[in-house]
Design a protein around this ligand. Structure first.
Ligand code: ZN
Length: 379
């Protein structure tokens, strides 16, 4: 959604990644601390001191966001939910849950862990700044601790706003789910609250922009758009998962797909396959044996002059979990795998043998028909 993410390190078994958009947030935070917050709160210090304070504040914010997301992840892991890792991005952090909590209680505990962690940090940093002040430590050191106390309280409050997918929205969903026993109904209302809150932020952003707060205005506007889109997407995803529940990949795949022999030259591949079939990914076979897959992308890396002598087997991509799926795997998981690998096609295997192709378009068509026939699947 926001481009590439890079793995930074692992902590207690969780992979910590930073999206390229995090860099923008880091710069914005450092700049606004150095030019706005610290000079306002602690006047008459040298400019270089403000920038050092801002840098320390930004690193502290990074650690605070990480701590918040780690708290969600640890509780999720205790409930047996796989966590795909923690990613820091433009609007903060996100712990990637690979499946939904099974009970309202689990949902509640996973959601509330983050804000509790932020409150704890808020108290610790505030106490620390007061203590440092009493001990006569220079204002610029106590000031950074003071800022981190403040920002952690702010994070806790913002996240507790009852709109899905914010933590408060998840708490709301858990409560509605607990009362009604219906996760779909609970998600619908929690995400409507999330969308409403998102629109409110957009409006707030426009108002502050007009009033002259250009950076803050743009910031709220963007966060509002993000929250409302994420709220709608969260509900859609649940509907999709429920519609596909219990159905196997086998059910949706195209059997006996077009395959390319590994011995074919690249020129034959272009003439007989790429131009001939409206496909972007082909399984490559060596007799009966599935070797891998080849797509337009690999072909484009080879200079045109070599197409006559190089063979498909030379450029084909190895089989890897990202581009194959078992015929008896859950269709909802296959859809998620496609979204994660941003690929519209998966090779379907059964004990290592190619048995079909799963095409995103076919899955989406099924979902569309189901939504039309079943009035409960309103969008
Ligand atoms: Zn959170």
């Amino acid at each position: 959604m926001f481009g590439e993410s890079y793995t930074l390190f692992r902590v207690i078994g969780f992979e910590v990644k930073a999206n390229v958009s995090w860099l923008f947030l880091a710069l914005l935070v450092t700049w606004s601390l150095a030019e706005g917050f610290f000079p306002f709160a602690y006047p008459d210090l040298p400019v270089a001191t403000y920038w050092l304070m801002a840098l320390a504040g930004m690193i502290g914010l990074f650690a605070s966001l990480l701590f918040h997301e780690l708290s969600h992840s640890v509780v999720a892991r205790a409930y047996g939910l796989p966590v795909g890792g923690i990613t820091l991005f433009l609007f903060g952090g996100v712990a990637e849950m690979l499946s939904e909590p099974k009970t309202p209680k689990a949902e509640f505990r996973i959601a509330i862990a983050g804000p509790i962690a932020s409150v704890v940090l808020g108290v610790l940093f505030t106490v620390l700044s007061v203590l440092l002040g009493l001990l006569g430590v220079p204002a610029h050191i106590a000031g950074v601790a003071g800022y981190l106390g403040f920002i952690n309280f702010l994070l806790a409050i913002f996240n507790m706003i009852p709109g899905f997918p914010l933590d408060g929205g998840r708490v709301l969903r858990a409560a509605l789910w607990h009362r009604s026993g219906d996760i779909r109904w609970a998600t619908k209302w929690a995400s409507r609250m999330g969308q409403g809150f998102g629109y409110l932020l957009v409006l707030l952003g426009i108002v502050s922009f007009v009033l002259g707060n250009i950076v803050a205005g743009m910031w709220w506007f963007l966060i509002g758009l993000f929250v409302s889109a994420a709220a709608a997407a969260g509900y859609r995803q649940l509907l999709t998962q429920q519609a596909l529940q219990g159905r196997r990949v086998r059910h949706f795949m195209t059997a006996e797909p077009v395959t390319v022999p590994a011995q074919a030259t690249l020129r034959d591949f272009v003439e007989d396959y790429l131009y001939h079939h409206a496909l972007d990914l082909f399984p490559v076979v060596d007799g009966e044996h599935l070797r891998g897959c080849v797509s337009l992308r690999q072909l484009k890396e080879v200079p045109r002059e070599a197409w006559g002598r190089m063979r498909v087997g030379d450029i084909c991509r190895e089989l890897e979990p990202a581009n194959t799926v078992e015929a008896d795997a859950d269709a909802a998981e296959a859809l998620q795998q496609m979204q994660e690998s941003r690929s519209g096609r998966l090779m379907v295997t059964d004990r290592g043998r190619l048995v079909g192709m799963l095409v995103l378009k076919d899955l989406l068509r099924f979902l569309e028909i189901r939504a039309t026939l079943d009035p409960r699947h309103e969008r």
